[in-house]
Design a protein around this ligand. Structure first.
Ligand code: PMP
Length: 285
């Protein structure tokens, strides 16, 4: 199905949605993006995604040429004109066309692109049986090199980790940070359950501040579960009672095996299933 793509301030058929080969988003991965989800035509946590986008842009000295309110309006419009009920929205802001040099000052026209489309999900079986993941040798970028808080168009770090995971037969891979602590997966945050408490690495472990992560922390606290954001090691993962991942596309997905070790009882645990259910309910509100 041909989609209507928002680009340069208007909607055009996807065949006509083009950017310059001189765009630094393409040449250098110089830009930022968001992945959002719509449920029954309503974009989940739209404001939070927009705030993260503008913070990512600010961190790379990229001025987005429209207000946050106008951006929210454009995302809603993209969902509406493409008649998306349950779907996915990709929001991209590139540095714009420049010269064949790094200097972003030569790029005068940042491009805002919004694609609203169907969503590709993990197979349902994985939610019922749980996921197997592996720890990969590719470290998450050190915040001193490029902050993982910035959702930039340069995802090579995660892509290399993903390839290593896929080569080991796993669709998600666990990345450690420069200190050897648990950071996050290639496109998802990680949570552990141990003796009734919920654990997740803190933002300063060098991770993306996931919107789903925030929602799950909120839900857990509202349910009376104690949440600890603290440094975690691979050992903590191996001895956890439960493990799950969170992300816009994945929502809450149980993990039952890490590095060939069975986690907990080897099936999705009770707290994971409960949070999964509560999160789903939140998306339908
Ligand atoms: N970590 C990384 C590296 C990601 O790319 C994503 C997905 N964008 C997440 C975590 C999960 O974030 P969110 O819940 O906002 O989708």
């Amino acid at each position: 199905m041909s989609r209507q793509i928002y680009i340069s301030g208007k909607f055009v058929p996807q065949e006509d949605a083009r950017i310059s080969v001189f765009d630094h988003g393409l040449l250098y991965g110089d830009g930022v993006f968001e992945g959002l989800r719509s449920y029954r035509g309503k974009v989940f946590r739209l404001r939070e995604h927009i705030v993260r986008l503008y913070e990512s842009a600010r961190a790379i000295w990229l001025e987005i040429p429209m207000s946050q309110e106008a951006m929210q309006g454009a995302v809603n419009e993209a969902v509406r004109v493409n008649k998306i009920d349950d779907g996915y929205v990709r929001l991209v802001v590139t540095r714009g066309a420049g010269t064949l040099g790094l200097d972003p000052n030569r790029c005068s026209n940042p491009q805002v692109i919004i694609i609203a489309d169907a969503i590709s999900l993990y197979p349902q079986e994985l939610y019922e049986k749980g996921l197997e993941i592996v720890t990969v040798s590719v470290q998450r970028t050190s915040p001193a090199a490029l902050s993982p808080r910035i959702k930039s168009l340069n995802y090579l770090n995660n892509i290399l980790a993903k390839i290593e995971g896929l080569q080991a037969g796993c669709i998600e891979a666990l990345m450690l940070n420069h200190k050897g602590e648990v950071a996050e997966c290639t496109g998802d945050n990680i949570f552990l359950v141990r003796r009734g408490l919920l654990y997740t690495p803190p933002l300063d472990a060098g991770i993306l501040g996931g919107i789903t992560r925030d929602a799950v922390i909120e839900i857990a606290k509202d349910t009376g579960i104690e949440v600890r954001e603290c440094a975690l090691t691979k050992h903590d993962v191996y001895v956890a009672d439960e493990c799950f991942l969170t992300g816009t596309a994945a929502e809450v997905v149980p993990v039952v095996k890490v590095d060939s070790r069975t986690i907990g009882a080897g099936k999705p645990g009770p707290m994971t299933c409960d949070l999964e259910k509560r999160f789903k309910k939140l998306t339908q509100e």
